[in-house]
Design a protein around this ligand. Sequence first.
Ligand code: F6R
Length: 609
Amino acid sequence: MCGIVGYVGSRQAAPIMLDGLKRLEYRGYDSAGIVVCSGEGLTLCKTKGYVDHLSDMVCNGDALRGTVGLGHTRWATHGRPSDENAHPHLSDGGKIAVVHNGIIENYAQLREMLVAKGVTFRSETDTEVAVNLISYFYKGDLLKAVAEAALRLEGSYALGILCEDCPDMIVAVRKESPLILGIGRGENFLASDVTALIPHTRDVIYMEDGEIATLTKDEVRVYSRDLVEIKKETARVEWDISAAEKGGYEHFMFKEIMEQPEAIRKTVSPRLRGGRVQIEGLDFTPEYLKSLKKIYLVGCGSAYHVGVVAKYNMEKMLRIPVETALASEFRYSSPLVDERTLVICISQSGETADTIAAMREAKRLGAKVLSIVNVMGSTIANESDYCVYTWAGPEIAVATTKAYSTQLAVTYLLTLYFAELLGVIPDDEYKKLVEALSELPEKVDEILKNKEHIQYLASLYFNKDNIFFIGRNIDYALTLEASLKLKEISYIHSDAYAAGELKHGTISLIEDGTLVIAMASYVRLLEKTISNIVEVRSRGAEILTLTTKSAEAQVSRVSDHVIAIPDAEEMVLPSLAVVPMQLFAYYVALSRGCSIDKPRNLAKSVTVE
Ligand code: F6R
């Protein structure tokens, strides 16, 4: 949600920042801008639209000379996408420039105070308040002015700041929005995400809430809120640049779908040692697990959908009540959480504002929080009591695929880990499931090899206006994800329904030619799902059914088309069933000419409420 880049060194800053912004564009893409600082002051260019447009305006960076700069790609919150509202923003008088990710919640009061002091505003953004507040406190020491302003800013912010009086320095400050410092040789960097830093350096410092940093070409210093210098550890990013590039694929989403076997393997295999699940950093005891009254699974969007699958699996195996909650609802619902509750927060980015708030609320109420996170060093990873990383590598496409799959895989590992500790799983059953887990990458690969069949099905149905997904049990959990994937990138309206629920109202929407996609991988309830298929079919629906190879013949009799996935243990079936649905959404969106990696109105990491 908004991408920030900053550079200070000896090279021309603008081309470096444009490249960084392209890499961060998945975070927001309604407008973009850069500012560079040379001996002659600040030069700024910003525009509504994609980074490519900005790049053309500044001749790929050649038109802006200067070796220190800041760049921004925006996802609008305060103020519509426009040239004026695009970042960077200048202080009244033009001495200071700021790029911002987050929301300044008390901007209205601050603006009123600044207007009363004679400050003129040019945009509708909350960011302009931040830059003018810094300018208000600026008496020749930029670091001090930023610290003073930060004390008065409420809400969330990652800010990059340049001042024409100190043309060799960037100041940065963060609160509840990510900001990472990249350490180079004779040059240093700033970015919202390591994907923008990785072409230049793998040595990074993760800024934490309340910290303020100064960057010159020769050094990076980090300070606490009250300007006491802090010694920070430098971390090394393990993955290389190819992980964050398209590598010959037309879209990141397709590349990430194809990377799933490897991502699942990397997530699972280091945690299966000697036929047993062993998860680094987890030291749960049987006594603690037996003391639990409840497990909560909390997340947003697809991460929440992972929780819905995990609820079915965990509750069935552990016999502990498991609840799922949307993070945005959890925090305001007075949840019944205490020290006898384990809260599992699921988040790819580790920076989703609602999930962060839910995590903090759960901790405040006394629960232990275990997080499942993909981005190292992110807020949720840092603040939770336990963190199990997914090793999916960077996920760039806005619509999640490999992060979802690796999150699912971690929930299976946790289910088995808890079941063994609780002594609720017979050994042969445990062994069977461990084997099923280790076979997952191969089986996902097998599905991907048949992608042309899904492409063919997409070519039949891409013109539909409405699509219904139905399923029972874990298949119902999957319909939520399948439907979200389709609508977010193809803009086709779709709904996900528990198959038995349709006749309680929604069946009135079924008419001749309505496409119903039935998820029927959970063979235990196959007969029931077939009855629901027949109900909609007899009302004119076209039926596309997803099932397992062993049930293919049976569902073919009631379906127009069938997608058959390899047979597998019930627990892990969702990892197989989701893949054709990701491909279906992708190919449908492709046929409709949609902007697949950057769907309209969306951004990858939702760092505002
Ligand atoms: C959908 C999608 C979103 C995210 C949600 C949570 O394809 O990607 O629904 O799953 O915004 O994001 P994270 O996992 O970063 O907390």
